[in-house]
Design a protein around this ligand. Structure first.
Ligand SMILES: Nc1nc2c(c(=O)[nH]1)N[C@H]1C(S)=C(S)[C@@H](COP(=O)(O)O)O[C@H]1N2
Ligand SMILES: [Mo]
Length: 201
């Protein structure tokens, strides 16, 4: 007799992929937005990189899509506790944009900002070296508006509040300039593996 087991997914206990204090959101993808979801068409989307760079630049939708395609497949971790595994985000590596503007040696931090005004602060080193993306697809489909369409930042090795939806640009700075959640007591870096949730963690 054949016994068909239900799909059980990944183990619930002591999952090495799960950072401390996180749980597996499984098939759900919660939406966390401080703003009203904007109605932002690809034709209205632009992405600018400026501040401490040799050559500030703005890309439109077609120009951004002309850069080499790059994908991230793996987990994301929200500071409220959920983690989501095996998400595939398609877009362009942030390195492609940064290489074009040539960051100055004095640049140490970035503020990533949205077309809606939301901001997040990150060390520059966390968005270089193939660890950050501007993405427009999730699991092979265009991002939905509530998840950041037409394009969002994804910095999966940090808590997901750094991954600005409806992303409009990055400003390179020589100091940390706290963004929306960092101003409200959250950690300047936000490494989930070290459980850097709040300032001082
Ligand atoms: N513009 C914008 N980006 C944002 C947020 C936000 O409120 N506004 N929330 C952040 C937080 S706290 C998380 S966990 C993720 C949530 O992304 P999701 O709604 O696609 O799951 O987006 C991040 N990026
Ligand atoms: Mo979050």
């Amino acid at each position: 007799m054949n016994i068909t087991r239900g799909f059980t997914g990944r183990p619930r206990v002591a999952d090495p992929g799960l950072p401390p204090g996180q749980y597996d959101a499984r098939d759900t993808w919660p939406v966390l937005s401080a703003e009203i979801t904007p109605d932002l068409a690809p034709a209205d989307w632009t992405f600018r990189v400026d501040g401490l760079v040799a050559q500030p630049r703005t890309w439109d939708w077609d120009q951004a899509h002309a850069l080499p395609a790059s994908a991230y497949e793996g987990a994301i971790h929200c500071v409220t506790g959920w983690s989501k595994f095996d998400v595939r985000f398609g877009g362009v590596s942030l390195d492609a944009f940064l290489d074009a503007v040539r960051p100055l040696d004095t640049a140490s931090h970035v503020v990533a900002y949205a077309h809606t005004g939301y901001t997040a602060s990150l060390p520059l080193a966390d968005v270089t070296g193939g660890r950050a993306w501007i993405v427009w697809d999730a699991d092979g489909e265009p991002l939905t508006p509530e998840h950041g369409a037409p394009a969002r930042l994804v910095v999966p090795h940090l808590y997901f509040w750094k991954s600005v939806k409806w992303v409009a640009g990055l400003r390179l700075l020589d100091r940390e300039e706290p963004g929306f959640w960092e101003t409200n007591g959250y950690h300047p870096r936000g490494n989930p593996w070290e459980e850097q949730r709040y300032s001082g963690d």
